[in-house]
Design a protein around this ligand. Structure first.
Ligand SMILES: [Zn+2]
Length: 251
């Protein structure tokens, strides 16, 4: 894809992320590989809802600016580390969608075997340990996980989604937020009915049939297991109850 097309697609994806409230104000960043050793990315401090193709910056794989009007984002180190760890990744989307970010802030990975689409397209979404923004801790915290999973929750922060294209990474961001929402909603509907191990095996086999590339981890916590009454389940029930009470107070 030409640089011009990549720039237009990044600006369009930023607009959609903003319109879906996956990021607000100057949150988040989006990038794509431009050849093997260059990256085109959103600049620091920009509201992504208003960004144009001309505002983007080009950097090398160390995050050093090559061209563009603005400064590279300090969070670009997450992107460049992902490209270094994963030669197959062509694009990275980082955003803070509220529900998935709530799981990241509650210290909960999204690893339940629950939704067919999530098992096939995302797998278990792991949780990277807390890291202070703009420090080397951030790329170091995601590196071991991004080798195994295209989508990673960042503790007390947000979500990183990598893909074979910009649209692939963006779709994974939509998918993880939907998965988080559905999991949360099930808590107020009597709790999730988890898939069985046999169902998960059959679903995972579909990845090959659909020709899905990328990396994902296997979900855990199958239907019928003793995990149903675990401490984590109790915590999830408590979170769901608090969310519902908060919504009720607002209405
Ligand atoms: Zn962020």
């Amino acid at each position: 894809m030409s640089e011009h097309s990549l720039r237009r697609e990044i600006a369009e994806i930023c607009r959609r992320l903003y319109e879906r409230f996956y990021l607000v104000a100057t949150d988040g960043n989006v990038s794509a590989r431009l050849g093997e050793d260059r990256v085109v990315a959103t600049p620091a401090g920009a509201n992504k809802g208003f960004l144009t193709a001309a505002d983007l910056v080009v950097t090398d794989l160390d995050g050093k600016k090559v061209s563009g009007p603005g400064k590279p984002s300090s969070e670009l180190a997450m992107h460049t580390r992902t490209y270094r760890e994963r030669p197959d990744v062509r694009a990275v989307v980082h955003a803070h969608p509220a529900t998935a970010t709530a799981f990241a802030c509650a210290g909960l990975p999204l690893d339940a075997c629950l939704m067919t689409e999530a098992v096939v397209g995302l797998g278990a979404v792991p949780l990277a340990p807390f890291a202070v923004p703009s420090t080397q801790e951030v790329p170091d915290s995601i590196a071991p996980l991004v080798r195994q999973s295209d989508v990673v929750l960042l503790a007390n922060h947000g979500v990183l989604a990598a893909g074979a294209s910009l649209m692939d990474a963006y779709n994974k961001m939509e998918g993880v937020e939907q998965f988080a929402k559905v999991l949360l909603f099930t808590r107020v509907l009597g709790g999730p009915k988890l898939l069985t191990s046999e169902q998960v095996t059959r679903l995972e086999a579909l990845r090959e049939r659909y020709g899905l590339a990328g990396k994902q981890m296997s979900c855990s916590g199958f239907g019928g297991s003793a995990a149903a009454s675990s401490e984590r389940e109790t915590l999830l029930d408590s979170i769901a109850l608090q969310v519902m009470q908060s919504l009720a107070r607002r209405s």
